[in-house]
Structure formats: structure tokens, C-alpha cells
Ligand binder design. Structure first.
Ligand code: NAD
Length: 271
């Protein structure tokens, strides 16, 4: 079944997510919180999913204070049973799911000569297995409901253009997410589900700030500052730079797009 031709649809309707339900993983802070807020601003009811109940509460309150609708859900994307329970709760409370943003991700560095099963499994378990499981769960719901939907995967330019040492597991996870995005686009497109990836450059988030002392101690320096002179657009990303691209990808504005990666990179992939 072909996707509709929206040439006659007004722009504001193409951007509107009113009546849709979006699930954002890792939405307690950083990129995920930014995505949840913009999707809610566009009209979606948003399930704010994270492992951290405190930050979930913060994001939910922000969305509500901005006039949006949000449901906080504690959900560990590395745990298959937790995903199933989380999705069941979202369906019970919000009625449906139309949009999934696979954002939850971790990036603990580890030199390759010290790499081990625990670290490797933990990074891949969240960044890759989590994307696979959440996507499968939401896709099954969409197909059973006979509804169209969109899955947006937050990958990284690191998956295609690694820039720092000690990121083997992370780079592998993000490169795999790009591959999975294409594979799912082929398989789910005929079922009415579009699958896109958004790949940011370095984003100034709490997760990155937590890594700063380690990077400075390792002599890597301040990567956020370094980007000012390195990239054509002169700065690192902030969460909202990514959130706007995600909102575009999740909306009908991108109706004929699937399988591709949208770079939010300040030009980093070009230089
Ligand atoms: N910050 C960057 O420079 C950057 C660049 C490119 C891509 N990304 C990607 O963006 C995404 C978000 O990164 P961020 O910088 O906002 O990170 P962050 O650490 O600031 O926030 C990540 C959130 O995910 C949650 N989370 C962690 N493990 C989880 C799990 N198992 N289940 C559910 N939630 C979990 C955390 O509690 C936290 O709220 C990640 O996928 C990351 O790889 C980040």
C-alpha cells in the first residue's frame, strides 16, 4: 500500500501530531527530554520513558506546564519484560502508539584492550537490543491495529565517522542502528510503518557533561569547545537541534522518507 500524496494538505496539518501518541525512550533528560517536549508541542500525547523516575517526573512536569499531555513510564530498554509491561501500560492509559523515538543510549568509554563481555553487552544491550525490542513491540501493535506509524532511531555520526578512542562498543552499536533502520524500513514500509534515523554530532547533554572530567584527564580536552572551530556551523548541538529533526521525521512532513539518516551535524560529516 502506497503512502498518501499530501500535496494539498496545509503545512500546519503536516506538522501537527494532534491525536497521536509518541513514545520516547530515555526521555528523562538530554536529547530524549528535548524530543518529548517538541513532540508534545506538536500535539502528541507523549509517554516519557526512562529508568530514572526523578528525571521522568521533571520532563512530565515541563510538558504539562507547557500545555502538553505526558505519561511517565519507568522502562529499562535493556529488559524485554520491562518493555512489554511499559508498552502495555502506555496502551492502557493512552490508547494507542503511533510514534516511537528510540533515544535511550549509553556511552561509557572503554579502551579496546580492556574491552570485556560485561561492558560490551551493557552498551549493545541498551543501544542496539533496546532499539530492536522497542521497535518490534511497537510495530506489532501498529500492525495489529492496522495503523500507520513512524519509528525514529537516534543514532550518531560516531557510527559512521568515529572520532574518539575507547568507543568501540558505542560506535558498533550506532553503526548497527543505521543498518537496522534500513532493514526495518524495507520490511515495515509495506505495512505502513516508516523508519528513520537521526544522527547528531556531539550534543551538550548531562550525559556528555558527566564524561567531561574523564576526557579532560585523558588529555582529550573539551570536545564541545573544539567543535567551535572544527565544524562549518560553528558549534556543538543542543538537545533541541535534534528534537526539531525528530519532530520533522515523526510528522507527515517526511511522508515519503524511510530508511534514511538525517544528520544534525553542523556539517561535521562534510569536513
Ligand atoms: N550527547 C551526544 O553527544 C550524542 C551524540 C550523538 C548521539 N547521541 C545519542 O542520543 C541519545 C541520548 O543521549 P544523551 O546525550 O541525551 O544522554 P544522557 O545520558 O544525557 O540521557 C540519556 C537518558 O537515557 C536514560 N537511559 C539510560 N539507559 C536507559 C535504559 N536502559 N532504558 C531507558 N532509559 C535509559 C538515562 O536515564 C537518561 O535519562 C543516545 O542514544 C546517544 O547515543 C548523543
Amino acid at each position: 500500500m502506497a503512502v498518501p500524496d499530501l500535496s494539498a494538505t496545509p503545512l500546519q496539518d503536516l506538522y501537527s501530531l494532534t491525536g497521536r501518541v509518541a513514545v520516547v525512550t530515555g526521555a528523562g533528560r538530554g536529547v530524549g527530554a528535548g524530543c518529548a517536549r517538541r513532540l508534545a508541542e506538536a500535539g502528541a500525547s507523549v509517554a516519557v520513558c526512562d529508568i530514572d523516575p526523578t528525571t521522568i517526573e521533571t520532563t512530565v512536569k515541563e510538558i504539562e506546564s507547557e500545555g502538553g499531555r505526558a505519561l511517565g513510564v519507568v522502562m529499562d530498554v535493556s529488559d524485554a519484560a520491562a518493555i512489554q509491561q511499559g508498552v502495555e501500560r502506555i496502551l492502557a492509559e493512552l490508547g494507542q502508539i503511533d510514534i516511537l523515538v528510540n533515544n535511550a543510549g549509553i556511552f561509557p568509554p572503554c579502551p579496546f584492550l580492556d574491552e570485556n563481555d560485561e561492558h560490551w553487552g551493557r552498551v549493545l544491550g541498551v543501544n542496539l537490543d533496546g532499539v530492536m525490542r522497542c521497535s518490534q513491540s511497537v510495530a506489532r501493535h501498529l500492525v495489529a491495529r492496522g495503523a500507520p506509524g513512524v519509528i525514529v532511531n537516534i543514532s550518531s555520526i560516531e557510527g559512521e565517522k568515529p572520532g574518539t578512542a575507547g568507543a568501540g562498543a558505542y560506535v558498533t552499536s550506532k553503526a548497527s542502528v543505521t543498518g537496522l533502520t534500513k532493514a526495518l524500513a524495507i520490511e515495515l514500509g509495506p505495512l505502513g510503518i516508516r523508519v528513520l534515523a537521526v544522527a547528531p554530532t556531539l550534543v551538550n547533554t548531562p550525559g556528555v557533561q558527566e564524561l567531561m572530567p574523564m576526557m579532560e584527564a585523558a588529555g582529550i580536552g573539551n570536545l564541545i569547545e573544539a567543535l567551535r572551530v572544527k565544524v562549518p556551523l560553528g558549534r556543538a548541538a543542543v538537545p533541541d537541534d535534534v528534537a526539531r529533526a525528530v519532530t520533522f521525521a515523526a510528522s507527515d512532513m517526511s511522508m515519503l522518507m524511510t530508511g534514511s539518516t538525517l544528520y544534525v551535524d553542523a556539517g561535521a560529516m562534510t569536513v
